[in-house]
Design a protein around this ligand. Sequence first.
Ligand code: FE2
Ligand code: FE2
Length: 292
Amino acid sequence: MLDQHRKTEHYAQKINELPAFPAVVSGIIRLIENPLTSMNRIEELMTKDQGLTLKTLRMANSAFYSIPGGAKTLNRAITHLGLESIKQIVLTSTVYELLSTKSNSKFDVGLYWKHSIYTGSVAGLLAQKFNLGKSSDVFICGLVHDMGKVLLNMVDAKSYAETVKLSEETGVHFDEAEKTLDTPRHTHIGMMVAKKWSLPAVIQCCINDHHTERLTTRESTVPEINSVVDAVWLANRMIENMMLDKNGKIQPYTYESEVLKRCEIELKDLEALQPEIEAAIASSESLLKTLS
Ligand SMILES: [Fe+2]
Ligand SMILES: [Fe+2]
């Protein structure tokens, strides 16, 4: 069996062979992030890509965005939703396509995307409620936080399956099983690909640090970035616990930690937010249906 260092090198080589992030999408994101860009300019650029236009309209018309009367044109979608939501749509559909893969005995694609989209949705809600960042940006960070798992399964399904097996047999979470096996972490592999795709720094940090509580061991020292990482850290735990197989051995995550203190969130705040969390999860289901 390859040792961890050789495995990482082998994965890096495989990652190099992955498709590049579409230049047209990078261009649109850059334009949206420039406050001087007009809506017309974005519309003009997007309409040049028919596939992207169709995908955007399909998602904009999902119950998640709930445009009254729907949107038949890109102009209506952009005007009604605003550029931040358009960025969210474009990034979500692009990442979904780039990470497209098949299920196998230890990797359930449907379950993976459910976990991801729920985490994005709840992270966005937490960010909005507790002032942890811009909700639409945090949604994307939550959506892609575990992309390293897809990639690991793509480049080395055998090792991925061994990690899942250990997790199931010993009742520890996937990230803890990775540590026990001393296998390259999904957080690290995910970040390598996020770098290759030149995704924003905040996304890279959320991928790398969504299991890391301590600020001193995180990738970034920027407080605004770490607030977003905290939102994703918390949302990931909440969704993991919610989706836990009740007949399985894996124990729920706990929440008491320096993360909650830092975010000034108490457990009773999370309990009070439960109805909104459930509503956010339910509405994200429609987005999932549109994507798949
Ligand atoms: Fe993870
Ligand atoms: Fe996760």
